[in-house]
Design a protein around this ligand. Structure first.
Ligand code: MSP
Length: 511
């Protein structure tokens, strides 16, 4: 039987302000995970999109003097432009204003209403527009009268005959599911919080808003719109074909992984699974909550205005360098401080020096000793074969667990070993001595370049294509010990120029 299509998603982003490093981080992570699965030969599907309804978006459009339709069109166009800039290869893009999505939300809503999972009652309680979240009086009291998530001033809302989803009746089932599926809540630090929250007991969730016109109307009651999170979560279904293309949906669902920031983990690990249970649909295999990029010790966030965009960073670096930095700098799940200085340090320590030099030295030596070809005879070094085998095995299992940072550590053990191999074997001495061992050394080194280029490609797809062209290789999942005899090595421009060279280029360009 064919393996199910690997289906991975990002959050759908609010269309109320420019997307920044934080949003790019989630999207790059999903894209890298997808590319890794594809490299292994699996069919893949990555979904992203825009969350376009609700009071927050409506207000920001109003403030800018633009109709909400036009406002969200601009947001979606800007997101697509950013994803193309960041070399993201998504397969589906849902906008919650898309008709097919609206229909899916209506269908889900009607079904839950008909089966009694949604019921009517009065609502009064605190609501944060910035987070589009309902809170309890106690949560707000504990946060000194402010929003427990973003700290902003919070308002009380009141609605007669609002509609509620019976979230409270799914607590037990959710706990059983978490227990039976230990891979679902990742990483484990976040899992415990979710389990605690559900164990303490869930309250039913208000799923309608009054007086918020920019949204999907409640079927049969146009005076209300559907709560924006209910609307948004359904994107993972509608984007996979539910219910308009059930054949495609059957090939994609359940999702293999939802990647989300930790602040929206609850929505994805409690509310969404409960909705799926109510719909009698299988639950996703994994929800991975990652940490935050901070700036001056605060979460980078458009609502507080302390943001950096990928465009600003990429004035100095190619987008692939930023992609690499995102996943190399901190474990996926932890928080990290964002700064250009740190990118520069990483660039020098991981790319320009060990990797860039490995390419350059190997290319120069092949050109000098063999006229720009790999030797026509020789064998692969046994020690390096062992190192490649280890690197591939560790890299693969870390990547399957979305431990990008550890996967790169494992790969860099090989990069370092290859550089040490040059120092130890001293090919320049072997050349002088006309030693036949020079062939083995050079074939092994070229094999390492090919190995690294293939395996690194999910992280830096464009840069690795450039690396591949240097050695006239194909990008593929590497095999330990593989090498090519008599292969022309064209070389090319320096792959990772030193920072002072990049800077002097910038000065020249700006003159
Ligand atoms: N629209 C909701 C998500 C609905 S999903 C069904 C939303 N949108 S958002 O525009 O606010 O994007 C939030 C997501 O962006 C986070 O979950 C995270 O993936 C990413 N990030 C935003 N700021 C971030 C950081 N400072 N650091 C890392 N990622 C963060 O919430």
């Amino acid at each position: 039987m064919r393996e199910k299509i690997y289906y991975i998603t990002t959050p759908i982003y609010y269309a109320n302000a420019p997307l920044h490093i934080g949003h790019a981080y989630s999207t790059v992570a999903a894209d890298t995970a997808k590319r890794w699965q594809a490299l292994k030969g699996r069919e893949t599907f990555m979904l992203t999109g825009m969350d376009e309804h609700g009071e927050k978006i409506y207000r920001s459009a109003e403030k800018s003097g633009v109709k909400p339709e036009e406002w969200v069109d601009r947001g979606a166009a800007a997101a697509k432009e950013l994803w193309s800039f960041m070399n993201i290869s998504y397969d589906g893009f849902v906008r919650t204003t898309d008709n097919f999505h609206k229909k899916a939300v209506e269908e889900v809503f009607k079904k839950l209403l008909a089966q009694g999972d949604i019921y009517s009652a009065d609502y009064q309680g605190p609501y944060c527009v910035s987070c589009e979240t309902f809170f309890t009086e106690q949560q707000v009291k504990d946060a000194n009268g402010n929003c427990p998530d973003c700290g902003k001033k919070i308002n009380e809302i009141k609605a007669e005959s609002a509609l509620f989803f019976r979230l409270s009746s799914y607590g037990e089932k959710l706990l059983n599911f978490y227990k039976a599926n230990p891979d679902f809540l990742k990483p484990s630090e976040l899992a415990n919080k979710t389990i605690d929250t559900v164990t303490r007991g869930l309250k039913d969730l208000c799923v309608t808003r009054e007086k918020v016109t920019w949204g999907i109307s409640v079927p049969g009651d146009p005076s209300k719109t559907i709560y924006v999170w209910f609307d948004a979560l359904v994107n993972y279904l509608s984007g996979a074909g539910f219910p308009h293309d059930m054949e495609r949906f059957g090939k994609l669902w359940p999702a293999d992984c939802h990647i989300v920031g930790k602040e929206i983990y609850y929505f994805h690990t409690v509310i969404f699974p409960a909705l799926l249970m109510a719909l009698d649909l299988p639950l996703p295999k994994k929800v991975y909550g990652h940490g935050w990029w901070t700036l001056k010790n605060d979460k980078m966030s458009k609502s507080t205005g302390n943001i950096v965009t990928p465009y600003e960073v990429c004035k100095h670096f190619e987008p692939d360098i930023l992609r690499f930095f995102f996943l190399r700098e901190m474990p996926f799940g932890a928080d990290g401080a964002f700064s250009i200085d740190r990118i520069e340090e990483r660039y020098a320590a991981d790319l320009a020096n060990p990797l860039g030099n490995l390419f350059k030295r190997t290319e120069v030596m092949l050109s000098k000793y063999f006229g720009g070809k790999t030797p026509s005879d020789g064998s692969f070094d046994a020690e390096i074969f062992k190192k490649q085998t280890e690197a591939l095995q560790k890299f693969s299992s870390f990547m399957d667990e979305l431990q990008f940072h550890s996967a790169l550590n494992a790969l860099w053990e090989l990069v370092d070993a290859a550089n040490r191999f040059i120092e130890e074997k001293k090919p320049w001495v072997l050349f002088k001595e006309k030693s036949p061992r020079l062939n083995d050394v050079m074939l092994t080194l070229e094999g390492c370049l090919e190995f690294i280029t293939g395996i690194l490609s999910p992280f830096m797809p464009v840069k690795c294509a450039e690396m591949a062209s240097h050695i006239a290789a194909e990008i593929k999942l590497p095999e330990p010990g593989a090498f090519r005899k008599g292969q022309v090595i064209p070389g090319g421009e320096i792959l990772f120029p030193a920072l002072d060279i990049i800077r002097s280029g910038e000065t020249q360009n700006s003159d």
